[in-house]
Design a protein around this ligand. Structure first.
Ligand code: NCD
Ligand code: ZN
Length: 349
């Protein structure tokens, strides 16, 4: 097959940042995706409905007038989150998800949750309105090996939350392990997972191949090849509880290539071509649309995008952007280390 037309995709986990960096990275998502769930871990974080309103306006004002892109807002859950404010944000249609960061788990998560008993009232509000709790599922306990943090979180924290709030919609974000896949399989369909592009491509060897490779460092950290293979299998299986959240997470080259480099991989510019490559390899191009464009919207109860996009395969490899830049900002683009032949055809090609 050399051409495939799919409903326009959505990205259910996206970091857009703010200021100049926002302006630099936004077009790479807005040109290809219909909507995206915007992560709230900017500085300071998006905690209240008012914060979300202001941040959404900033995003909208960075869009070209002809681009039809809908940023869907999430709130950053803290131990002091006001459930009444969350309810207000949901009722006025602004708040589409609440994000749980265990404090210290990842980039800008220091305002996150330490004591999971403090968030019950907000979880009740989410259950009542069937609004998802998006979870960064990693234990922060320094005693737990970095490669075991997701599996341990699923066991120690997520299972009890699910037991105590059985009607709560939960999305285990950017899953990286067979244990997380099993957790979703063994729970009812109000529990789902997002999968990134990069976790379908890299395993933990990539981070250390020939030296330390900061541009392959993200959290949760990539795991063994065994887990990557399970992720590819479930992403390409057509199971509606697993859908795309790129976790495209831009940091400047300087912030990545440092003695204490930031976690996060910027994948937005290459996300769809790389996914087409992966699904084609699995003989599952017919499952791509469900993963990118249908299952997530259905889980969130959001409309499917009305337009379709065409992906075409060229005989020759397509030259990819290696970085995006503006003034003094430079951000490296994810390199899958294989030739990419797929590209998104412009609407008017
Ligand atoms: C994300 C970021 O940079 O904001 N980093 C990452 O490695 N994925 C935060 C996150 O989603 O963990
Ligand atoms: Zn993220």
């Amino acid at each position: 097959m050399t051409k495939i037309s799919i409903r326009q995709p959505d990205d259910w986990h996206l970091h857009l940042r703010d200021g100049e960096l926002l302006k630099l990275v936004l077009p790479h998502t807005a040109q290809q995706f219909g909507k995206a769930l915007i992560m709230p871990n900017v500085v300071p974080p998006i905690i209240t409905t008012d914060d979300a309103y202001t941040y959404r306006q900033e995003i909208l004002s960075g869009l070209d007038s002809h681009v039809d892109f809908n940023p869907l807002m999430s709130l950053y859950l803290t131990e002091d989150t006001n459930p009444v404010d969350v309810e207000k944000g949901i009722e006025n249609g602004l708040v589409k998800a609440v994000k749980l960061y265990p404090a210290g788990a990842t980039t800008n998560s220091s305002n996150g949750v330490r004591d999971f008993n403090t968030i019950g009232t907000t979880l009740e509000v989410l259950s009542k309105y069937k609004v998802p709790l998006c979870v960064h599922g990693e234990i922060v306990d320094g005693e737990v090996d970095i490669f075991d943090r997701e599996a341990e979180f699923t066991k120690r924290i997520l299972s009890p939350i699910h037991r105590n709030f059985p009607d709560l919609k939960i999305i285990l974000e950017h899953i990286t392990t067979k244990e997380a896949i099993d957790f979703v399989h063994h729970t009812p369909d109000n529990v789902a997972a997002t999968i990134t592009v990069h976790h379908l491509v890299i395993n933990r060897n990539h981070i250390f191949k020939g030296g330390i490779r900061p541009h392959y460092f993200c959290l949760p950290i990539a795991k063994r090849e065994f887990h990557r293979q399970h992720l590819v299998e479930v992403a390409t299986s057509g199971h509606p509880s697993f859908f795309l959240g790129t976790d495209s997470a831009p940091h400047t080259v300087g912030a990545k290539e440092s003695a204490c480099g930031c976690a996060g991989i910027f994948t937005a510019p290459v996300a769809l071509p790389v996914l087409a490559h992966i699904f084609e390899n699995e003989d599952s191009l017919d499952k791509l649309e469900g993963f990118t464009s249908i299952f997530g919207a259905n889980f969130y109860g959001e409309p499917l995008n009305p337009i379709f996009v065409t992906l075409e395969k060229s005989n020759e490899p397509i030259k990819q952007l290696s970085q995006v830049s503006s003034n003094d900002l430079q951000v490296a683009v994810f390199d899958p280390e294989f030739d990419i032949h797929w590209y998104v055809k412009d609407q008017d090609d």
